[in-house]
Structure formats: structure tokens, C-alpha cells
Design a protein around this ligand. Sequence first.
Ligand SMILES: [Zn+2]
Length: 400
Amino acid sequence: METPTMMTIQLPGGWLLQHSPKACGGPAELTWNGHVVLRDFECRVDGLSNTAFSTRALRFFHKGGQSVASCEGQVSPLSGHALRQIIRYGANVARVTWDLAWRKDTVAKIGVEIGSATLVGTWRRVLVIPDFTAWTSGQAAQWHDLVPGKNLVFNPIPLAVVCERDDGVQIEFSMGFDVWRWQRGLGDFGSERSQVALAVSDQEMTFQRQILQGGEDIMPEAREYRFCSQIAWRAPTSAEPAAFPPATTLEFQANGEGLAALPTAGSGGAPSFVLDFAAMPVAAAARRDDGSGLPCWESNVTQRAAHRAIRQIAAAGTTGFLRLDGLTPGGCQDGSHCDRKHGVAHWDLQGILTFANWARQCLGDGWTMAAPQPHDPWRLLPSLADPLAVTGFRSSIHEE
Ligand SMILES: [Zn+2]
């Protein structure tokens, strides 16, 4: 079979992505310094991998400082299941959206995997942030050692799994904001039918995210199912954060009208600011319902208020130092944050990453920015290591 020419996306820090133009999914490979770390990131529908889908509408473009790969595919014959994937790459994290259209009157004999992959090399341990229910009941994130020949299963699907190789390279698979969709899966077949399974050998580890383990009598309703997710990657010795000059703390106005007047720039020297979003005044309806009082980043009200503050800072100049505090995820069940009438389980890692990407675009590459995490497990997540990083995807001939 003719090998299709791979679409290549260059990332900061020696990372490289390859997408196959003939697969409805991907990346086919993620390499670091020329060596494969991850391959075959894909969905598997009843034994069919993404190469079994006849792929159409495949597009690669840059938008909003991200490199985007989108595709649609359908199992032959053309009346079969259909799959759409959009993956948006930042510097070291990608946000993925899948839409799976289940074919009418079709049994899921084997089952459905969403965003499974093979990790290349010897993997020594995984950090697991448990499923939403366990986590919001106080069960902490935990490291598990990996032993070749010994498989691990986590049920239901955890919020995040961070895999660590023996050289310290890390790969994160985390759930999108839409926890309730992952909980519901492809129908009410019982939570024991969804899990993450890790099969470990000396040379590689398979990460299987099974949204539905099949059976002779398992027939999902024919409709479209959406799932969101992130993958992120981190080199063993990530760059030390830049040293920040002494900073002025920016204050929010209590009336919700954005920031108090910013200090005028002194003679010479770029401004240096600290802003803590935990102190941002937003309406009670925009806060997490977990009793923390913190804004929920899946709420449009929160996003609008934060955008306003960043725009005020952008108006102060094209260069400077900015540290953003309070960009720490949490769980929430206020359905209005996700445009739902009733309460639905969600967490706001995705909203934080979306906001951070937007803030970098708004302020431009001239600002030195950081969003340090004060405690674990957030310090351990590759996706939160540097969400404000310059992606390198700003200028492109394909900008649309
Ligand atoms: Zn919320």
C-alpha cells in the first residue's frame, strides 16, 4: 500500500506531530527530538480504527494562535457510523472534540474507544486524578507504578491520567469540561462498561479509553455523541520559568467593572504585574457550586470578566511581565455554565486552557507570562505547565 505523505506540525521544544491524510483522527505520531513518544491517537468503533473510516473534509489550518486539524469520516458502506474529529494544538497541549454518529439498529459487539493511543518506550508510573464522583468526594490524585506484564484498569474513566516514561517524558490524557457526557457514554449500559486500561510491556504501553465495552445485546441509540478531551506532553527538563521583576498587584474593582486603573509605566522598563483571578468579582451564578466561591471557567460570565481584565492590560503596552494566579481547575455541577437547564457534572481545566490561549493572543508575544500552580496535582499536569506559552502558530498563510 502506498504510504500517504504525512502532514507535519512543528511544535516548540523539539516536538513534532504527524497526521496521516488518510486517517480520520490522529496524530499518527508525536515525536520528541526525532524519537516517537506516542502513536495512533485514535477512536476505535467496534474494532474499526480511524483508518477504516473513509476520510473526507480533511483540513489543516491555523486559527486563534492554534494549529487545527479537522476531519470527517464514515465507515463503508456509507450508511455506517460517522466520526468527526477536531484537534486544536497549542504549544504543548491539544484540545480534541469528537462527534460520533452511531448507525441505526447496530449492536456494539466489541465496543467503542475514544482517544486511545500507544506510548512508545518504557513507562514507569502514572498519575491518576480519579473520576469526577470520587474526586469531588475527596479522593486524591495518586501515582501508580507500572510494571511490564502487569496491566492496570481504572473504572470509571478518570478525569486525568499522566503517564511518565523512564526518561521523564510525560503524556497527559485528560477529560474535557463535559464530564457528564463521559459519564453517560453511549447510553445507560452501566458505569462498569467504561474504563481506562493500560497494558504495559518493556517496549511500549497501550492507553485504551473505553467509553463502552460491547456485548451481543449492547445497542446504542442512533444519534450523535460528543466527547471533549485534552492531550498534553512535557519534556523531562522543561525550561525554567523566566525571572520576573518585582511586580505590582492589579486589583479588581468591587463593582465588577474590570480592573482598577493600572499604574502608569515608569521611566523605562517594562511593567510587571500580578493578577489573581481567585479575587475576581463575578455573580454568584458564575461561581463553582463546590463551596469554594471561585469562578467557574466554564461560565461565559467568568470568561467575559477575565477577558475584560486582559484587554485592559493589553491596552497598557505591548511588552511586560504578567503573572496570572488562580487559574486552578475545580469541579462544578451548575448546568447553566454548560448551557444546560439541569445540573451536569463538569470541571474547568478546558475553560482555563481556552482562556490562557486567548490571553496570549490578546497580549501578543511581547509579554512574558506565567500561570504557576501553587499545589499538586495541578503542578504535575503537563497541560498546566505553561498554558500561556507562545505557540508559534500566530502567523500563517492559512489564517482564516
Ligand atoms: Zn461550573
